[in-house]
Design a protein around this ligand. Structure first.
Ligand SMILES: Nc1ncnc2c1ncn2[C@@H]1O[C@H](COP(=O)(O)OP(=O)(O)OP(=O)(O)O)[C@@H](O)[C@H]1O
Ligand SMILES: [Mg+2]
Length: 396
């Protein structure tokens, strides 16, 4: 069918034509944010899930929803090598400048902007990547100790006080939170904890790979009690079918029941894969309805497209020894796998492989669901590894 009108949208953070199966979670977050605005006790929410399950698009949708009801939001994506203070500072500034346009909150927002100036100046030595415009001179003693944990706490308190005065809340949306360094995570947790204790309307809605939960606990032991960690997984079959059938129906295109069934089976309900299969099934079909045969043919091109994009970008970032480690894992199946079994595949000692495993964890390729276990963070990555490194050559 006409590729121009193809509704499906595979891509990192690309909004899907139908955000299927996430209503309950969106409602939970909406309620949490409304409670924060009323200064009622609320936990911050950290969504955890594998690559391509739809964490980023959920964050964005939640943010749009919050903004539409007058909430102040910040949106940050933590890359692998920028500091958290450097990411926070410019976004905080924007939020404070908006708050300072509110007559009630103006004085408190300006005070927080002074705090931000002190914060940025004092931390510039430790975090050289901080770049933020100054609107006011610092207020001596406000968030300017040069100690991140202390200063972030003071700063968020000042921001929270301004938001409260404006009858709103500040919601900090952070994506890829697993990449934030442990000391910085610890400071963020402390600051949010402090704000919660003081009933200030500041809350975090974050997303990250499954290892995030453990990292938060390592940064601060009480983090597990302070946050909710809803798991974002593949869509259940009914939702997965809606994700395909509804956007098609919107253009008067029918997807036959057995074709839908087959898409759900091939994708395991993973949102990224659903978009890819939807796109290829649409392009393959000559006309409505999309049939099982169309999906059959689409599977081949969908897998090829995934190999060239979704999987490939991850594979290309790996060193030869990391590739070999993942290939050995893939040989064992989807996982999770015991470290000992992986080592045996490679004829090596578990300890000798420790550094490789750690690098793969910090690159976000694998994670440890429980002690001594290793799992892929990318769904169906085992199949990809067997496709891209076929045969037995990798063993050498
Ligand atoms: N609920 C959903 N229904 C249908 N499609 C979805 C849904 N959620 C996400 N998608 C689609 O899945 C793809 C991946 O979404 P997204 O980039 O948000 O995933 P992610 O979890 O952030 O992945 P990563 O960990 O790689 O950043 C996008 O093409 C998006 O349109
Ligand atoms: Mg994402």
């Amino acid at each position: 069918m006409n590729p121009v009108t193809n509704p499906f949208a595979p891509g990192a953070g690309t909004p899907p034509p139908e955000l299927a199966g996430r209503d309950e979670l969106r409602e939970t977050v909406r309620v949490a944010i409304e409670r924060v605005r009323l200064s009622l006790p609320t936990k911050s929410i950290l969504m955890v899930g594998l690559r391509g399950v739809g964490k980023t698009v959920l964050l964005d949708r939640m943010r749009d929803g919050a903004e539409a009801t007058g909430i102040q939001t910040m949106r940050i994506e933590a890359p692998e090598n920028r500091s958290l203070p450097a990411l926070l500072a410019p976004e905080l500034r924007q939020a404070l400048l908006r708050l300072s346009r509110n007559d009630q909150a103006k004085d408190l927002a300006q005070r927080a902007l002074k705090g931000l100036a002190g914060f940025a100046k004092a931390l510039k030595f430790k975090y050289a990547d901080i770049e933020v415009g100054f609107d006011f001179d610092p207020e001596p003693g406000l968030a300017d100790n040069g100690d991140l944990e202390h200063d972030l706490q003071a700063l968020l308190e000042a921001v929270g006080a301004a938001a409260q005065k404006a009858d709103t809340a500040l919601v900090v949306f952070i994506d890829e939170l697993q990449y934030v360094q442990e000391v910085e995570l610890a400071a963020l947790i402390t600051a949010l904890h402090r704000a919660a204790q003081r009933r200030l309307p500041v809350v975090l809605v974050g997303a990250g790979l499954p290892q995030l939960r453990g990292r938060m606990g390592q940064a601060k032991s009480y983090a597990e009690r302070l946050f909710d960690f809803p798991e974002i997984g593949p869509l259940a079959p009914p939702a997965a079918k809606i994700a395909i059938a509804k956007p098609a129906a919107a253009q008067n295109v029918i997807v036959n029941p057995d074709a839908l069934e087959r898409i759900v089976q091939d994708t395991h309900g993973y949102p990224y894969f659903l978009q890819e299969w939807g796109k290829h099934a649409w392009d393959t079909a000559a006309a409505s309805p999309i049939t099982l045969q169309d999906v059959d043919r689409a599977s081949t091109t969908a897998i090829a497209a995934l190999d060239e994009s979704f999987f490939r970008v991850r594979f290309d970032r790996l060193t030869p020894s990391e590739k070999k480690y993942l290939r050995a894992m893939a040989d064992l199946g989807p996982g999770p796998h015991r470290s000992g079994d992986i080592a045996k595949k490679l004829d090596r000692e578990v300890t000798a492989l420790g550094p490789t495993r750690n690098q793969l964890i910090s690159k976000g390729m694998i994670w440890s669901p429980s002690h001594g276990d290793t799992a892929f963070t990318v769904p169906l990555f085992d199949e990809f590894m067997r496709r891209i490194m076929p045969g037995d050559d990798w063993r050498e």
